[in-house]
Design a protein around this ligand. Structure first.
Ligand SMILES: Nc1ncnc2c1ncn2[C@@H]1O[C@H](COP(=O)(O)OP(=O)(O)OP(=O)(O)O)[C@@H](O)[C@H]1O
Ligand SMILES: Nc1nc2c(ncn2[C@@H]2O[C@H](COP(=O)(O)O)[C@@H](O)[C@H]2O)c(=O)[nH]1
Length: 199
């Protein structure tokens, strides 16, 4: 039987802990995961590397790639800030036989689930509260107060999408959230696919 690589999607409002959980899972070699490096139109943060954290495209180049239909999904997540999954990126990782893990916004996450319903596990990361998101983003020190406000302003709409995901992981206690994520992903990866998909 052909082994079909899976898609593991982590979505949530900004500051909920997607990146933290994804980085934790990537250390678990037995899960055979590879990170889908998204394209982004924003500037890199201190310490972020092009081709590792994101493919940092300028806005012009990003729009050019949209016109060429290079994206599996893309979204203007915040005003003038585009993010997207390149078709070529997912194909590259599938060719290596890897299960692909995504850290993407809720709209993008649900789009991928719709495109690949059987082979995707769509996980929503739920923070304890919207106020806690603000506290975490302030502590992370990567965003200006204006950008934090913009991200938090979107959080309640994003929280409302949680029931559309396959599963919700509460991220109040990080140790427990990591353990739950590991358990869910390991189970899903082992599960045989029930049907072929028209992709
Ligand atoms: N359970 C937790 N308790 C306290 N702090 C946490 C917890 N989980 C993550 N954090 C911290 O909260 C901050 C936000 O986490 P992270 O960057 O993983 O969020 P994110 O959902 O990826 O956000 P973004 O969408 O902005 O990239 C980080 O500084 C991280 O260390
Ligand atoms: N729809 C998509 N959303 C994405 C993608 N890559 C990242 N993101 C999401 O954007 C926000 C902001 O990210 P940040 O790195 O600036 O904090 C966050 O929700 C990411 O998950 C993507 O390819 N498609």
């Amino acid at each position: 039987m052909e082994v079909v690589p899976k898609l593991i999607v982590f979505s949530a409002p900004s500051g909920a802990g997607k990146t933290t959980l994804v980085r934790h899972l990537l250390k678990k070699k037995e899960l055979n995961l590879a990170f889908s490096i998204s394209a982004a139109s924003r500037e890199p943060r201190d310490g972020e590397q092009d081709g590792k954290d994101y493919y940092f495209l300028g806005i012009k180049e990003f729009k050019n790639r949209i016109r060429h239909e290079d994206f599996l999904e893309f979204e203007e997540v915040y005003r003038d800030q585009f993010y997207g999954t390149l078709k070529a990126e997912v194909e590259r990782l599938w060719a290596q036989g890897k299960n692909v893990i995504f850290d993407i916004d809720v709209v993008g996450g649900l789009r991928l689930k719709k495109k690949f319903p059987e082979r995707t596990l769509a996980i929503f990361v739920k923070p304890p509260s919207i106020n806690e998101l603000q506290i975490r983003l302030k502590k992370r020190k990567t965003e200006t107060p204006e950008k934090i406000a913009m991200r938090v302003a979107k959080a309640s709409t994003e929280m409302a999408t949680a029931p559309q995901f396959d599963v919700i992981i509460k991220n109040d206690n990080l140790t427990e959230a990591k353990a739950r994520a590991e358990q869910l992903v390991a189970e899903f990866i082992k599960k045989p696919l029930t049907q072929d998909e028209d992709e």
